[in-house]
Design a protein around this ligand. Structure first.
Ligand code: PEP
Ligand code: MN
Length: 341
């Protein structure tokens, strides 16, 4: 259930209500919009049977939430959320570009990728240190050593850094280095891990699983948000279908569907969707045209030598061309993207 407050209701009215809800053991989540405040109530509503909430000062109405996800849904928060990562805003007018190699491999490699993507206009550097590989014999990532190199690259460029965490232990380590956690497709329903990043309060880039429906994905986001962390950015990265020409099938529909049901920002990862560098430009443009708030693109100084996902990583030159196109598109769509550092 949500409690919709009247425009101009007082903070004291809100406190009076939240005190009652908390004393009854209910979870309380407050969303302050430009016009009015909405109080989300989570828990067993039967304890409220004797409380005339609708008669309390400042209350406009009580609305049941029909979607299984509550905090991620638009009923709870009708206006789009803008997630602020150290001043870089995701979900606002400006498009966000996250770019970098699939995995951090060496100081030279990450530094060269960072300088290149910064020069083209990226605001975030990506790079995996804990790699969830399909085979246990494949390169597993440099772990903490990799995160140290990522942080060096941040210091040299001023880029924000995003990196995947695959376990609660990885969260404990990465929290000291990254600006944003990435939860990868394989962990979309690892609920313990989701609660852990929820408790951390740090922004989370939350990928869709290859076989999760949008509703399952939003329910999973609810695990992070129900721990009090609303800094969630969704990322569509392709789903598994019968088609084999691409690694996954990019579900462009997820962008407008998410926009109509959730207030959370959504970005698109065409690299893991396509699995082939030659399709990245087209899919990126399609994603932005569909209303995505940004992109995350794999870029490697020398893709042919990459230790993971070699076929899908763009060269810095090709990424630069893409950024140029995205800045032209942004103008047409009434959004912003600054090409070039
Ligand atoms: C990645 O970003 O490198 C990655 C492994 O992505 P996904 O979880 O989408 O497969
Ligand atoms: Mn990858």
């Amino acid at each position: 259930m949500i409690i919709v407050m009247k425009p101009g209701s007082q903070d004291s009215d809100i406190h009076e209500i939240t005190d009652i809800l908390e004393s009854l053991g209910l979870g309380v989540h407050i969303s302050k919009g430009t016009e009015r405040t909405i109080i989300g109530v989570i828990g067993d509503k039967r304890v409220l049977s004797d409380v005339p909430l609708e008669l309390m000062p400042g209350v406009e109405k009580l609305v049941p939430i029909v979607e299984p996800y509550k905090l991620a849904g638009k009923t709870f928060k009708p206006e789009p959320s803008v997630i602020d990562v150290n001043g870089v805003k995701i979900g606002g007018k400006e498009l966000v570009m996250m770019a970098g190699p699939c995995a951090i491999e060496s100081r030279d490699q990450i530094m060269s990728a960072a300088l290149a993507v910064k020069k083209s206009g990226a605001q975030f550097l990506r790079g995996g240190a804990f790699k969830p590989r399909t085979s246990p014999y494949a390169f597993q990532g440099l772990e903490e050593e990799g995160l140290k190199l990522l942080k060096e690259a941040k210091e040299a460029t001023g880029l924000q850094i995003v990196s995947e965490v695959t376990s609660e232990k990885a969260v404990e380590i990465a929290i000291n280095y990254v600006d944003m956690f990435q939860i990868g497709a394989r962990n979309v329903q690892n609920f313990q891990l989701l609660r852990e990043v929820g408790r951390s309060g740090k922004p989370v880039l939350f990928k869709r699983g290859p076989s999760t429906t949008i509703e399952e994905w939003l329910n999973a986001a609810e695990y992070i948000m129900s721990e009090g962390n609303y800094n969630v950015v969704l990322c569509e990265r392709g789903i598994r279908t019968f088609e084999t020409a691409t690694r996954n099938t990019l579900d462009i529909s997820a962008v407008p569907v998410v926009k109509s049901t959730s207030h959370l920002p959504i970005i698109v990862d065409p690299s893991h969707a396509a699995g082939k560098a030659q399709y990245i430009h087209s899919l990126s443009k399609a994603a932005i045209a569909a209303g995505a708030d940004g992109l995350i693109i794999e870029v490697h100084p020398n893709p042919r030598c990459a230790l993971s996902d070699a076929a899908q990583q763009l060269t810095p030159g090709s990424f630069d061309e893409l950024c140029k196109d995205i800045s032209r598109m942004a103008e047409i769509l009434g959004r912003e993207f600054k090409y070039g550092a």
